[in-house]
Design a protein around this ligand. Sequence first.
Ligand code: DC
Length: 220
Amino acid sequence: MSIDKFRVIAVDGPAASGKSSVSRALAQKLGYVYVNTGAMYRAVTWLALEKGVDLSDAAAVERLLEDSRLEAGIEEGQSCFRVDGVDPAEALVSPEVNSGVSKIATLSCVRTRLVEMQRQYGLRCDSVMEGRDIGSVVFPETPAKFYVDASVEVRAARRLGQGLNDPVALRDAMDSARKSSPLTVPAGAWVIDSSDMNVAEVVTEMLRLLQPLGILPLSE
Ligand code: DC
């Protein structure tokens, strides 16, 4: 894997810390491709639920992955991820997927397959990639790593404000306690607490930190 040609900006953090909104906005400012790796874990969860596979049965999930087509690509400058030809779209944030995804994310067969696909982006384009293990496991060698945090109260309120039923504290506990690539602050990451910041303020801070690496916004 090489990051000489393409840059990867890793954005990790707990559920509802605001990392999706800031990653999308940062990618737009830089002209980079935004990659949401949580959506990949969610899409696999959705597929398993659709097929009636027990999310805790590693062997059954592994068989499901063998029998399914997973495709990660770039279309019109945007990353896309399909399972058996389908982008589950709004179903990715259904209550069933919200409560099942942390189980799927503990399975090493799932992680190995998705990490491989995430690394392919590093060979194809400059990207802002968000998740839980991007700076620690997927692209540990990138010098551009952020960990975006916010208090649990602020995070729960953000999800409620989006009209979503999402057990953020429970997901954090599972994501942090799992053996395989747990949520952690990657070595060398810049930590930003976004509890009292809006998206634009976080992006401004990120751009300030990225400037010495020669990562600059597109001229407006
Ligand atoms: O970012 P999100 O809330 O959409 O992520 C959904 C779940 O996927 C999250 O609870 C943990 C898992 N995940 C992961 O384990 N590793 C990633 N790189 C991204 C997400």
